[in-house]
Design a protein. Structure first.
Length: 238
């Protein structure tokens, strides 16, 4: 079952009715003459508790991440994510929220090539077992996305979910999946925290643009690019 089938029939109908872009991709990409969706369509899907595929630039990572709102996390969404991804599930978060939950950076000197801002890892402090199952991780991610919960002690450290500190101005400052997750949830009218994980092929290699286009269509998912999100952001006030 795809994430598009997990939500209610009304939500699925609303998402299917959303308009899509007509810009075509190179048909040679896995011989799939498909297209990217509009940012508006992706926001509607996220608002309805579904995940979307987000591509960064081909000259950057050239990877697709499955992204959904942290506050909409469910065991079903996590099970789908784990099945089709690297399994290394992160949550892009607004810096103020991370400070509120007392989640500092993992290391003082960041040597990551793309300067991804990893924080200490976490699990929910209650209602979980080992913390690694789809249900446990959905509980933890739900706490990160529940902005009414301001208690740092609701999380134990270390854990099996990896929060990431997004740049304050989102994709306008850094064109990464971390910032895209935060911008998409904020633009959808939700709390600015989004779960994300890299999509992989069955042989363990990373899904590239053509692979992700095929994957999105097979599972009824919206697929967008960060470059289109940047262009959309220029028309919006956040």
């Amino acid at each position: 079952m795809s994430p598009a089938q997990i939500s209610s029939p009304a939500a699925a109908s609303s998402t299917a009715a959303a308009t899509t872009a007509t810009r075509q991709t190179n048909p040679s990409d896995n011989d799939a003459a498909t297209h990217f969706d509009t940012i508006e369509a992706a926001l509607e899907a996220i608002r309805n508790g579904q995940g979307v595929v987000v591509m960064d630039n081909e000259d950057r990572e050239n990877e697709g991440d499955f992204i959904f709102a942290a506050e909409k996390a469910t065991p079903e969404l996590l099970a789908f994510t784990i099945r089709y991804s690297s399994g290394y599930i992160c949550v892009g978060m607004d810096p103020d929220r991370l400070d509120e939950l007392d989640l500092p950076l993992m290391v003082k000197d960041n040597a990551d090539p793309l300067r991804t801002q990893y924080t200490v890892t976490v699990d929910a402090a209650a209602n979980v077992t080992t913390g690694i199952s789809a249900k446990d991780r959905s509980t933890t991610i739900g706490i990160l996305g529940d902005f009414s919960n301001k208690n740092p002690m609701s999380l134990r450290r270390p854990g099996h979910v990896l929060p990431l500190r997004a740049k304050k101005n989102g994709v306008m400052e850094r064109t990464g999946h971390t910032e895209a997750a935060v911008d998409l949830t904020r633009l959808a009218g939700l709390n600015p925290a989004g779960a994300l994980c890299e999509l992989v092929n069955d042989d363990g290699t990373m899904k590239r643009r053509g692979d992700c286009l095929v994957f999105a269509r097979e599972h009824g998912l919206k697929i967008i690019t960060i470059s289109d999100l940047v262009a959309f952001r220029k028309t919006q006030a956040l």
